[in-house]
Design a protein around this ligand. Structure first.
Ligand SMILES: *Cc1c(COP(=O)(O)O)cnc(C)c1O
Length: 363
């Protein structure tokens, strides 16, 4: 194999981001200020139907503060998927509540309502689906379940900026929804998170917790954190927000091309009424997935990633027993191919040729 490797992910930082950072640095106001306020307003208008958003220092922090603002704490159970990044369950554990793991739908990889229903107990306080890979969870079924059982609904939308379910944007369903702004996500601020809030009370609680429990300086109302976003990061995020629609369209076009041309592997499914924003394009390789990935890289220069190889409940940090067969199989079979907006036509052709050749050789 000659030539360069096509990376699995690639943050896109341009002159506009650099100029925005420079503008903030020259202003002398670097910590949370007018750029953060503008970013929150623009993000809310563009991505969550005008809901009020609160910017924080990371997506994980956004989940943590959102959970605390919603009143989650010791004695509560929150139902989460095990097939996700560890931050989902970590944020629940950090409040003192107990994460309870449920299984996923084999086609969308998002929480399955029947598995969630079976996991509900009298201690269940909330259900927190993840819109995994940029595909929305079934918010109709999960919303109906939450309402019927009198529990709250939260959204981990870390990977799903701009995704919609039955026409409504993710982050507009739950008591709160969280978007990550980490560099490998669909848009970035360097590090950062955005919390979309359902009510003025949740907005105020997240704002208080972000800033040492203060609304007015030195009049601390509750014990809080320093989880503020800086104006430097917000300036990057505002530029990226403007670029997001074109990037999402390119991700969608890339995914369509891949699904039309890949052979011999299981291509991803898009549920009826879902708009997928393709944070990941994830195929299924039923036999020897890791060997498949190695051959793809060594023989064709195509990078790939496994999200996620270990069910979260089995991580050393949790070490719990749950019987989640769909999750277990997904951990063994999933492989995410490059789908990011900087792929060229030649890159896409090389990914298709590579995957099809490796699939044929292994068949
Ligand atoms: C990235 C991610 C997070 C955490 O976001 P950070 O900004 O990295 O803290 C949480 N949940 C999911 C599903 C993620 O992919």
């Amino acid at each position: 194999m000659t030539g360069t490797t096509i990376p699995a992910a690639k943050p896109l930082i341009g002159d506009e981001e650099r100029a925005a950072v420079d503008r903030v640095l020259r202003s002398g106001m670097i910590a949370q200020g007018p750029e953060v306020a503008a970013f929150e307003r623009e993000f809310g208008e563009q991505l969550v139907g005008g809901r009020t958003c609160v910017a924080v220092s990371s997506g994980t922090t956004g989940l943590h503060l959102g959970l605390l603002a919603a009143g989650i704490g010791p004695g509560d159970e929150v139902i989460v998927p095990s097939f996700t990044f560890a931050a989902t369950a970590n944020s629940v554990a950090l409040t003192g509540a107990t994460p309870v793991f449920a299984d996923i739908d084999p086609e969308t990889y998002c929480l399955a309502a029947d598995s969630v229903a079976a996991a509900i107990t009298e201690r269940t306080a909330a259900i927190m689906p993840v819109h995994l890979y940029g595909h929305p969870a079934d918010m109709t079924a999960l919303g109906a379940l939450a309402q019927a059982r009198g529990v709250q609904l939260f959204e981990d939308a870390a990977q799903a900026h701009g995704a919609t379910w039955q026409g409504a944007p993710v982050g507009s369903f739950g008591t709160f929804g969280m978007f990550s702004l980490y560099p490998t996500k669909n848009m970035t601020s360097g590090e950062g998170g955005m919390v979309s809030c359902a009510t003025p009370e949740v907005v105020r609680q997240v704002q208080l917790l972000r800033n040492q429990g203060m609304e007015r300086r030195y009049e601390n109302e509750v014990v809080g954190f320093n989880s503020r976003m800086t104006d430097v990061h917000a300036a990057i995020g505002r530029v990226q927000l403007g670029k997001l629609p074109a990037w999402t369209a390119k991700r969608q076009a890339n995914a369509t091309f891949l699904s039309e041309h890949l052979e011999g592997v299981g291509v991803p499914h898009v549920a009826q009424g879902a708009t997928h924003v393709w944070h990941q394009y994830t195929i299924r390789v039923p036999q020897d997935r890791d060997g498949f990935a190695q051959a793809l890289l060594a023989e064709h220069g195509v990078g790939s990633g496994v999200y996620y190889p270990i069910p979260n409940h089995q991580l050393p940090s949790f070490g719990l027993e749950f019987d989640l067969p769909v999750t277990r199989e997904a951990c063994e079979q999933v492989l995410s191919l490059p789908v990011h907006p900087s792929l060229s036509d030649e890159d896409l052709e090389r990914i298709v040729a590579g995957v099809n050749a490796v699939a044929k050789a292994g068949a």
